[in-house]
Design a protein around this ligand. Structure first.
Ligand SMILES: *[C@@H]1O[C@H](CO)[C@@H](O)[C@H](O)[C@H]1NC(C)=O
Ligand SMILES: *[C@@H]1O[C@H](CO)[C@@H](O)[C@H](O)[C@H]1NC(C)=O
Ligand SMILES: *[C@@H]1O[C@H](CO)[C@@H](O)[C@H](O)[C@H]1NC(C)=O
Ligand SMILES: *[C@@H]1O[C@H](CO)[C@@H](O)[C@H](O)[C@H]1NC(C)=O
Ligand SMILES: *[C@@H]1O[C@H](CO)[C@@H](O)[C@H](O)[C@H]1NC(C)=O
Ligand SMILES: *[C@@H]1O[C@H](CO)[C@@H](O)[C@H](O)[C@H]1NC(C)=O
Ligand SMILES: *[C@@H]1O[C@H](CO)[C@@H](O)[C@H](O)[C@H]1NC(C)=O
Ligand SMILES: *[C@@H]1O[C@H](CO)[C@@H](O)[C@H](O)[C@H]1NC(C)=O
Length: 385
């Protein structure tokens, strides 16, 4: 009798463990205002999963971000949002959510909200993040599969409710164009600035209600991680960054000027399906290594500008888009892409000497002398005075 009831208990236990599978997770929680004195370790191990926390706690200058963007298929609306922990835009030791959107008619919404705690749960098959403020009821979450293929974001706050999904169409890459995981991947892009592309380009869908008004995007987007020893305004003099989907290609381009060493850093990556087909971090023309350039253009119709409803507008951007040229001398292949802004998503003062913008755009180009395509892009720019 004893053995039968023991067996029954085992059966019940195994049935229960099948219906409610046990997740094997480690949890990393940070509360606003909590810090350590002195240096914190910034993770430079290329094999660390891109969604994992990348610092051992925060000191009063360090921070880390999970940043997202999306552009609608008609390039008339766009959005950007970032989950941040640590020091961000003059707020030391914050747990901040940033959200900016632009509707097709140019109406914008921008919001900076602060959580009490942020939690990252690293589980066997997924990573879950949650930024939560019990008082305001703000609850932003993301759930990303371990292979980066699918990301689901949920938002519940007094101003914004809904869901955003990213289904990856390109692989997770380091700024040196290696695919995750790779011991030769390098996540340090510039002094004190780490950067990886969890989802360079994805099919993006957003279905939000913002102050009672629907905001819907069906288009493309992507997401990335940064972790910095100091606030952005301390380390960057200026930058231009975008992601795009065009014909068979997806691509990433970033130029960054460091305030720490005064040098300009560059990364250009072209992907086709789940493969990187071109990569460079070199801006000097060369006869044997790949190189490229991202040049400001000034011949388009749309500039980055303050919200039309602003009573104290900032100066508009001095440029209207980019020319991206990428060259592989060994194969003789030369890519040329022109990207024009189609809408400004946000444009605000960044530090004492700059402006920060989010944009969506239309891109055209391809291999020089090859088939030419049209596509969509989204990105960010920091312009100095
Ligand atoms: C849980 O994950 C840890 C870390 O990856 C691993 O060492 C451990 O074996 C896992 N446990 C189970 C029960 O899967
Ligand atoms: C950091 O150092 C300051 C100055 O010595 C001290 O007042 C503060 O309590 C320290 N904070 C922590 C978290 O150790
Ligand atoms: C915080 O940690 C970073 C990374 O180790 C370090 O560079 C920076 O100097 C530290 N900041 C402070 C205030 O100690
Ligand atoms: C622009 O679109 C938004 C969102 O649909 C709407 O709430 C707003 O009233 C529109 N503004 C104008 C001036 O038409
Ligand atoms: C949480 O939200 C409340 C209400 O909006 C706000 O007063 C508080 O400062 C927020 N918490 C943090 C840590 O910012
Ligand atoms: C926060 O949102 C997540 C995802 O929708 C949900 O599972 C969780 O219960 C919410 N937490 C609170 C306190 O509302
Ligand atoms: C991870 O596994 C849990 C438990 O089996 C499941 O509920 C969840 O949907 C899975 N998540 C992903 C992203 O695969
Ligand atoms: C968007 O969300 C609303 C509210 O949850 C829902 O009624 C609607 O069906 C959703 N639309 C799409 C396109 O998913």
């Amino acid at each position: 009798m004893l053995s039968i009831s023991f067996l029954a208990i085992l059966l019940v236990a195994s049935a229960a463990s099948e219906t409610i599978p046990k997740l094997n997770c480690s949890t990393d929680t940070h509360a606003a205002g909590v810090y350590v004195n002195g240096s914190v370790h910034m993770n430079d191990n290329p094999l660390t999963h891109f969604d994992a926390p990348m610092t051992d706690g925060f000191n009063i200058t360090s921070g880390e971000d999970w940043s997202f963007e999306a552009v609608s298929a008609d390039a008339l609306s766009g959005m950007g949002f970032t989950f941040s922990r640590g020091t961000v835009a003059g707020h030391a030791l914050a747990q901040r959510m940033f959200l900016a959107v632009a509707w097709p008619n140019g109406t914008r919404f921008i919001e900076f909200t602060f959580a009490d705690v942020s939690t990252i749960e690293m589980c066997d098959n997924m990573t879950r993040g949650r930024w939560y403020n019990e008082t305001s009821g703000m609850n932003w979450t993301f759930e990303a599969s371990k292979d980066y293929s699918s990301t689901v974001v949920t938002v519940q706050s007094s101003t914004v409710q809904g869901t955003i999904t990213l289904d990856a169409i390109s692989p997770a890459v380091y700024p040196n164009g290696r695919l995750y995981p790779d011991p030769l991947g390098d996540n340090l892009f510039a002094p004190a600035l780490y950067w990886v592309e969890n989802v360079p380009v994805a099919v993006a869908k957003a279905n939000l209600t913002i102050r009672g008004t629907p905001f819907v995007v069906n288009g493309i987007g992507g997401r990335e991680r940064n972790w910095n020893s100091f606030a952005w305004a301390e380390i960057s003099a200026r930058w231009d960054m975008f992601r795009a989907q065009i014909g068979p290609y997806t691509l990433m381009a970033w130029t960054f000027e460091s305030k720490i060493d005064g040098k300009a850093y560059f990364s250009g990556v072209i992907m086709e399906g789940k493969e990187v087909i071109f990569q460079t971090q070199t801006q000097e023309p060369s006869e044997d290594t790949t190189y490229g350039s991202l040049t400001l253009q000034n011949n388009g119709a749309i500039r980055l500008s303050s919200d039309p409803s602003s009573t104290t507008p900032l100066p508009e951007s001095r440029h209207t888009g980019y020319l991206l040229e990428l060259v592989a001398p060994k194969t003789g292949q030369r890519w040329r892409f022109e990207m024009d802004y189609t809408k400004c998503v946000y444009w605000f003062a960044a530090g004492a000497d700059g402006r920060l913008g989010g944009f969506v755009g239309a891109i055209k180009g391809g291999l020089v002398d090859g088939p030419q395509y049209n596509g969509r892009a989204s990105g960010t720019a920091m312009e100095k005075n």
